[in-house]
Design a protein around this ligand. Structure first.
Ligand code: FAD
Length: 295
């Protein structure tokens, strides 16, 4: 099996890690501790999310600005169009530029009422992620990532519309797409096939969400329209009060997912870390990436 090949024979892997801006001092401590453990894996970048409606604007900027200085790793700032005029969003982009941040994950975002509600753009705002990518491009030479949905975005009327939208974002100047979490690799592989058939050539990087807590992740998944297959739910059933077995099952499920993707020829992975390092460290090892040793 290719995934068992020795590291030297594997194609060059690219890893990226997503964090969220911490809200409290204790959470911030965990953020830096996890980053300290994951940075030696030499990720392409570490990204920091942007809270609903720009609620974390300052914190996202502060964290991305400090990541490079503290860990030496490139940082990417997420940015959404929610509740802000073009001028306001452009000012945030200018702020990233001034802080030396040259990577942005460009998103439309969701209305504050939730993903299920229709998105109403700010009257003077960017209406979607494709327009945001164009706007960012006008300001500077950023490396831009956009979102992709292996199970179709909940608001896309059809697969065709969904892939057309992905194409628009890439044509506007994004370098890659990162997928929403998914738990059935067949959905991702089918999506990539659809996109390639439609002429998309940019990398579509799988977003891997390790199931640290089945209860929490199934809540996230439901809110963003990602489904959890019954066979995965069954593996976690009854483990609410058994954290040790839960952790072992979580590691096994995620290991199965990434090694299967590796066998399918996937060489780029984006991990949703939830500011934790353990499972991601283990998964990186399975993919053949060990921490770089300082010489
Ligand atoms: P878009 O690509 O603009 O579009 C989403 C849908 O809107 C399309 O599928 C289509 O149905 C419709 N649409 C878009 N343009 C048009 C058009 N011209 N005409 C008709 N319909 C159109 N959210 C946050 O708030 N903060 C984050 O930091 C964050 N990070 C994320 C990171 C990743 C990797 C992913 C996958 C998602 C992230 N999200 C984040 C969630 C994201 O904001 C939502 O999924 C949101 O619903 C869609 O954003 P988008 O950029 O995909 O939107």
């Amino acid at each position: 099996r290719p995934s068992r090949q020795v590291a030297e024979k594997r194609p060059q892997l690219q890893l990226s890690f997503e964090f969220f801006p911490p809200k409290t001092d204790a959470m911030e401590e965990r953020f830096w501790e996890s980053l300290g453990k994951l940075a030696p894996l030499s990720p392409r970048f570490v990204s920091v999310t942007y809270g609903a409606g720009g609620s974390t604007r300052e914190r996202t900027l502060r964290m991305v600005s400090q990541i490079k200085a503290q860990s030496g790793v490139d940082a990417a700032a997420h940015l959404t169009c929610v509740g802000a005029s073009r001028a306001e969003v452009d000012a945030v982009v200018e702020g990233y530029k001034a802080a030396g941040i040259n990577r942005i994950v460009a998103l439309r975002g969701d209305p504050p009422e939730g993903v299920g509600q229709p998105f109403v753009p700010h009257p003077e705002g960017y209406r979607n992620a494709a327009e945001l990518v164009e706007g960012i491009r006008r300001i500077g030479d950023f490396d831009i990532s956009v979102a992709a949905y292996p199970e179709k975005h909940p608001q896309s009327p059809s697969w065709e519309a969904d892939i057309d939208n992905l194409k628009r974002k890439l044509d506007a100047g994004a370098s890659r797409a990162i997928t929403q979490m998914f738990f059935n690799n067949a959905d991702y592989l089918r999506y990539v096939e659809r996109a390639r058939k439609a002429g998309v050539t940019a990398p579509i990087v799988p977003g891997i969400q390790p199931i640290h807590s089945f209860k929490q992740i199934s809540g996230f998944a439901a809110r963003c329209g990602a489904s959890i297959p019954v066979w995965i739910a069954e593996r976690f059933e009854g483990l609410e009060d058994d954290p040790e077995t839960h952790a072992l099952v979580a590691a096994a499920v995620a290991a199965e997912q990434v090694t299967e993707l590796l066998d399918e020829g996937v060489t780029e992975f984006h991990f949703y870390t939830l500011n934790r390092s353990n499972l991601v460290l283990a998964l990186a090892r399975l993919l053949g990436r060990r921490p770089a040793v300082a010489v």
